[in-house]
Design a protein around this ligand. Structure first.
Ligand code: HEM
Length: 593
């Protein structure tokens, strides 16, 4: 079946994209070309499955014949293989050429599985494919295809406008069925469970009587801790930034500070590492060949299952402990708790979520907030080293806005800091912290620009490539806040402005449900660090500058800069004094909490 365009959004609990009429609003104003929708091609519905059968035959036939019919028939097997091969090539050239998006030629049986680099950033590989084959590229994987979209126009059409068909996720056996027991939001297929979880997330983002700004108090506390720690342990910047985002996410999720002995932090990072590891493409064979999970295969032949179950036990215990602790504090009475988990307990009946699902919703908040925001802040630091003029412009703007105030800027200053707003947006564009977002799944066969996209295809929006499009972003490789600069922000734009003009928070109905919160976390950390510190190249013993390699970044679902050398120093003794004073004040409230 071919899916119609612009199906209505009937999916409540969404924030971050506006349903205007039948279409989703676009992140970037793009010149939309005509979409060349061809008719549904019925031949392909039969031809492609037949090709897969042929591949299977080629793979299985020789061993079958040798095993069951004896070695004399081997010659016949060889002839059969050659004939099937020729027949397959004929079908390919006669019927399929041009029906599917182009891409690297798949190998038999394994398709393009071994073409995707494991160590090099996958987004640059997909970008290179885009340059070679055109913006829409197809890769063949056993079990399902991948279509990569390297152009904003195609992302806008498929992932936003046709979101009704492109908002699911590929079912993952290891990470989804066993490790997360089908409760982790980011892996949920499109359907009622996802709807309930996103609805719950939406409520959490709206603390009592106010919107995301209701969580500002804890953001100031964690920011002042970050500044204090950088001042006192400047060599540990990566750890300091990660502790900041983990601590803040923890605070937002459970309404308390991380334990002083770091046990919460370590457990959170260990659980997060288990998950990130298990969703890497090709990590578990069972996700490529789901038949390996068949009930006819005994458990002792599935060692991966015990591994997934053990990891589930660990994370579920951690998330449940934290959730129940919030309930205990709520039952004790006193001031109402302002955190995600408290919102979940209050709305338990309305949301129809069981206890473990609630634990996973709050846990998802904790974990998703930790990695992406840290990546963005670390990329900001590399940008300041490489583009000192941007840093000086931002600092001059901050100094002008504060007019002799003692402390750092707050959210109240956002309208007076349009250059800093532009700088933060440019960080999201220049080096998106989740460069491939998370693959969406095509539910029903679709035709787009004359290409068939089969049901079950994973569709990846390559944020990296889209953000490097020279037609939209001139000198795209350069960090240039000026491209976003608006001297005056439109009234009421404070919440939206940071998430507009780029795709760093993903697409359509799976767009990051905490994008406003995430963007504000990055903004406040950036402006307070700019107020407090000068960030520069490090120098060696002879005073030579130690270079920082632009775009040297880790690969995986989330990305951050590879370790780099830097120098970070307080801008003046006055700033150092103010940082110490601020943290001392907050420390008293931390100690009494
Ligand atoms: C700079 C900060 C952040 C960035 C850049 C970011 C980016 C993203 C991206 C790219 C996705 C995938 C979207 C897609 O599939 O199209 C995502 C999903 C998600 N994010 Fe964020 N995020 C950030 C902060 C946060 C925070 C603070 C939270 C929680 C408090 C959060 C919670 C989630 C969740 C639960 C999902 C899964 C949504 C779904 O699958 O339906 N994120 N985020």
């Amino acid at each position: 079946m071919t899916v119609g365009q612009n199906e209505r959004d009937d999916f409540p609990g969404e924030i971050g994209f506006k349903a205007s009429g039948d279409a989703f609003s676009s992140r970037i104003p793009m010149p939309h070309g005509d979409v060349l929708n061809g008719p549904s091609n019925t031949i392909t519905a039969f031809v492609l499955p037949s090709l897969e059968v042929l591949d299977m035959l080629v793979f299985l036939l020789p061993s079958y014949l040798v095993n069951y019919l004896g070695s004399r028939t081997l010659q016949w097997a060889e002839v059969a293989v050659v004939l099937i091969f020729l027949f397959r090539e004929l079908i390919l050239s006669l019927f399929l050429k041009g029906k599917y998006p182009p891409g690297p030629r798949p190998a038999w049986v394994v398709g393009n599985a071994f073409h995707i680099p494991k160590t090099k950033a996958q987004w640059t590989y997909f970008q290179e494919l885009g340059e070679k084959y055109g913006p829409i590229v197809k890769l063949v994987f056993p079990g399902n295809d991948i279509v990569v979209l390297n152009d904003a126009e195609d992302v806008e059409e498929l992932l936003f406008k046709r979101a009704a068909n492109y908002s699911s996720r590929k079912p993952l056996i290891f990470a989804g069925k066993y490790l997360s027991r089908n409760k982790r939001m980011v892996l949920l297929p499109y359907g009622p469970t996802l709807k309930r979880q996103r609805q719950a997330f939406h409520q959490m983002m709206h603390p009592r009587g106010d919107v995301v700004s209701g969580y500002e108090g804890m953001q100031y506390i964690e920011c002042s801790r970050l500044l204090f720690q950088i001042l006192n342990r400047p060599h540990d910047i990566i750890l300091n930034v990660k502790r900041f985002t983990a601590s803040l996410s923890f605070h937002l999720a459970y309404g308390r500070f991380l334990s002083e002995d770091d046990s919460d932090l370590k457990e959170n990072l260990a659980v997060l590492a288990n998950f990130n590891h298990s969703v890497q493409p090709g990590r578990h064979l069972v996700d490529t060949f789901p038949i390996l999970d068949s009930k006819f295969i005994p458990d002792w032949l599935k060692p991966w299952k015990a591994d997934a179950n053990a990891k589930h036990e660990r994370e579920s215990k951690f998330f449940l402990k934290l959730l129940r602790d919030v309930k205990r504090r709520m039952d004790k009475g006193g001031a109402p708790l302002e955190c995600f988990a408290a919102r979940l307990w209050e709305n338990q009946d309305k949301n129809e979520l069981d206890e473990e699902s609630m634990a996973y919703v709050a846990g998802s908040g904790l974990q998703a907030g930790t990695a992406s925001a840290a990546g963005a802040i670390l990329f900001f630091i590399t940008a300041m080293i490489l583009y000192p003029k941007a840093m000086r412009n931002a600092q001059a703007e901050i100094d002008g806005a504060l007019e002799g105030e003692e402390g750092p800027p707050t959210f109240e200053h956002i309208r007076q800091l349009p250059y800093c707003v532009a700088l933060c947006k440019e960080v999201f564009r220049w080096t998106p912290p989740a460069p491939l977002a998370f693959p969406h799944l095509c539910d029903k066969e679709d035709i787009y620009k004359g290409y068939t996209i089969r049901a079950g295809t994973a569709v990846i929006g390559n944020i990296w490539a889209i953000h490097q499009d020279e037609r939209v972003y001139k000198d795209a490789k350069k960090f240039c806040p000026e491209r976003y600069f608006q001297a005056e922000l439109p009234p009421g734009a404070e919440t939206d402005v940071l998430v507009e003009g780029h795709y760093s928070f993903g697409f359509g109905r799976r767009i990051c449900p905490a994008m406003h919160m995430g963007a504000r976390i990055v903004w406040i950390a950036i402006v307070q660090m700019l107020w407090a510190f000068d960030i520069k190249h490090a120098t060696d013993q002879d005073g030579n500058v130690i270079p920082v390699q632009e775009f040297a970044m880790t690969t995986g679902m989330n990305s951050e800069p590879e370790p780099f050398d830097y120098s970070i120093t307080p801008r003046s003794p006055r700033h150092a004094k103010a940082i110490n004073k601020l943290w001392k004040n907050y420390q008293t409230s931390v100690a009494s909490s």
